[in-house]
Design a protein around this ligand. Structure first.
Ligand code: SF4
Length: 332
């Protein structure tokens, strides 16, 4: 008997680790799932809880209803829970929920809340605030919305940093979005510090551990492979940054895909090594789907390249840690 010889071309897949879900995304999804368990359906969610269609569709199937604004929630459903997404919300949103007498749960990532608090402290200390981030991203809207309109100036690029003119003559301070490119942000900060040596910087980086670790892993893998796939959504800031990081680190083919059905197979013809990562909002099952799809066409060997271990987890909101009213026990 002769052993079957594979006619498929060999492909080494180097899996970046860490990749995929971070503690903030994990917490946000758990909040929706536990709210459905505890309060039944429907549970309303303002904005995509995390930027991933697969996750959102899964939660919709369980009874979550996604809206962009609280005004979309019917008046006879104001007693249903409404959850704010992991990206954070402007102060006006919980205030609006209170006015409408809604019961809300805040799934804002604690690392985004930390930036909100920094903004408030700078404002209290009468500093003029610069936020480094992407215009229109929900996290940026949420952070700018912690303070009165016009208080925070947004800077997106080094050119913006060069042309920025302070408005008040007060001491300056800067903050950043949590999901930026570590390298791009360092460039922007360098320009700000050169122009304004006294500018107050965050005590500890605002770019979060998950964004930093995923970028580091992609940087380590990119020089070892001919192509990179990042699993993530086009509106996911940290996924987009991972794709860029791979490209800048020398990957001539660096694609962002949401599902295996989006793979541009012609681009990967003749490739013998592939890097694979996933943005912080992409579940591992989608990474497995990509590996399975490559296994249909290639003889795949998978190797993991780990550059950091992650052990961070965040507490759930108190309302979800307490038992449901029917099973209530005396308070501690
Ligand atoms: S990417 Fe960072 S800031 Fe965003 S949810 Fe995850 S841990 Fe929080």
């Amino acid at each position: 008997m002769t052993a079957a010889i594979s006619t498929k071309p060999p492909l080494t897949v180097r899996l970046c680790a860490p990749r995929g879900f971070c503690a903030g995304v994990d917490r946000a999804i758990q909040i929706v799932e536990l709210a459905l368990e505890k309060f039944g359906r429907p549970v309303y969610v303002r904005h995509e809880i995390v930027h991933n269609r697969y996750v959102v569709d899964g939660l919709k199937a369980k009874g979550a209803v996604f809206v962009e604004e609280l005004s979309e929630i019917p008046a006879d459903h104001h007693d249903r829970p409404v959850i704010f997404s992991a990206h954070g919300v402007p102060k006006s949103v919980p205030a609006d929920a209170q006015t409408r007498q809604m019961f809300y749960l805040d799934a804002t990532c604690p690392l985004v809340s930390k930036v909100h608090k920094e903004a408030e402290i700078h404002h209290k200390r009468e500093r003029e605030i610069v936020l480094i981030g992407h215009n229109g991203h929900p996290e940026v809207i949420g952070t700018m919305g912690q303070l009165p309109e016009g208080t925070v100036s947004l800077i997106e690029t080094e050119e913006d940093a060069r042309s920025f003119e302070p408005k008040t003559g007060r001491p300056l301070a800067f903050l950043t979005q949590t999901t930026l490119s570590v390298d791009d942000t360092a460039g922007i900060v360098a320009v700000l510090k050169e122009r304004f040596p006294e500018i107050v910087a965050p005590h500890k980086e605002d770019i979060c551990y998950a964004t930093t670790n995923r970028q580091e892993a992609v940087k380590a893998v990119a020089p070892l492979v001919e192509a990179m796939i990042v699993v993530g959504a086009p509106n996911s800031s940290n996924s987009q940054r991972l794709r860029e990081v791979a490209e800048r680190a020398g990957c001539r083919i660096s694609h962002l895909v949401q599902r295996a059905s989006e793979i541009d197979w012609a681009a990967f013809e003749g490739v013998t090594s592939l890097g694979l990562s996933a943005g912080a909002s992409a579940p591992e099952t989608l990474v497995e789907e990509i590996i399975d799809a490559f296994s249909q066409r290639f003889e795949v060997t998978v190797e993991t390249v780990r550059t950091a271990d992650e052990t961070i987890s965040f507490n759930l909101p108190r309302e979800l840690r307490e038992p449901a009213p029917a099973a209530a026990t005396p308070a501690e």
